[in-house]
Design a protein. Structure first.
Length: 315
């Protein structure tokens, strides 16, 4: 088959066709809109320019020196701040909080005394001037609080057994008052029963002749106890013949049980409930704590020895 020869076209025509094809392809890839695109703002331009500028190395040595100086200044400021905080923490840990409280209390007392002296020198009433800062309700609450504190201070602290007996008596009287309020035979009922029993005893003594009513010259009636059976003395034994009623015995038993429960509760709070059932291996509370500390560390090593002693097989 014979080879066909292609005719060579003119270069100007070929270049024109090729350029027209390229322009047509570019128009298809990126279509042109009729409306004009909005201009870029300065922020967008700066954002677009930043990556390009950051990719490039800093060619200016002055800029690098300025950045290095800023980093050194920031490092120095951080070290100074850390040193300052460390000193403050050390000072705070070295200061005793109780000492600060004591100093603040002494300062308040000194200010109080100074204000009192200045007020007295001016010829004014110190308590009246100080009360201007308080309302009536606050003043009344303060007085009640101080009275309660003084009462607790006087009655709670142990001084002697006589005061303790007085506290027990006052508590029992309060319990009787509570029984009066509940209608369970309180103090008023007991007083009336006592008066009835006393009147009956006087009548029996008068009938038996042991008690004689004598009228004096002034008209005053005096009861004379002939045999000493009514008014007891240190040598008389008639007061032991009294037999209380069942209700009084029940009240006494209830009071004793309540006191025992309170004692066991206090003992349980101190951790001494089972001391009577255990072997006593200490002489005081401090020695007991020391023995417990030894037991925590050495019981696991001395268990066999102690068991041998208990069995009686120890050498």
């Amino acid at each position: 088959m014979p080879v066909t020869l292609k005719r060579k076209g003119s270069p100007s025509l070929d270049d024109g066709d090729e350029s027209s094809k390229r322009r047509f392809a570019e128009q298809e890839v990126v279509p042109q809109s009729d409306e004009a695109a909005p201009p870029l703002t300065t922020e967008a331009q700066s954002i677009d320019e930043k990556p390009a500028s950051s990719d490039l190395p800093l060619s200016n040595p002055n800029d690098r020196l300025a950045r290095f100086s800023a980093l050194r200044a920031r490092n120095k400021a951080s070290r100074e701040e850390n040193l300052k905080e460390t000193k403050n923490e050390t000072r705070r840990l070295a200061t005793d909080p109780s000492q600060l409280t004591s100093l603040s209390r002494k300062r308040d007392v000194a200010q109080h005394k100074l204000l009192k002296v200045e007020t007295e020198e001016a010829g004014e009433d110190f308590e009246r001037k100080r009360a201007w800062d308080w309302t009536i309700e606050e003043s009344e609450r303060w007085d009640e609080r101080q009275a309660e504190k003084q009462q607790r201070r006087d009655k709670v602290a142990f001084r002697d057994y006589r005061d303790e007996a007085g506290k027990v008596y006052d508590r029992q009287v309060r319990e009787m008052d509570k029984g009066d309020a509940k209608g369970e035979g309180g103090l008023a009922d007991r007083k009336s029963a006592y008066e009835r029993e006393k009147a009956g005893a006087i009548e029996r003594a008068i009938k038996s002749g042991g008690l004689e009513i004598v009228e004096t010259d002034t008209g005053e009636l005096i009861a004379v106890d002939k045999d000493g059976s009514l008014f007891s003395t240190a040598d008389s034994t008639s007061n032991f013949q009294n037999r209380p009623d069942r209700a009084a015995v029940d009240r006494l038993v209830a009071d004793i049980r309540k006191a025992e429960e309170v004692r066991l509760k206090k003992r349980r709070e101190r951790g001494k409930l089972d001391e009577d059932s255990q072997d006593v291996t200490y002489i005081n509370e401090k020695n007991k704590q020391f023995n417990q500390k030894l037991a925590r560390f050495y019981n696991k090593y001395t268990a066999d020895i102690r068991e041998s002693f208990e069995r009686g097989t120890a050498i």
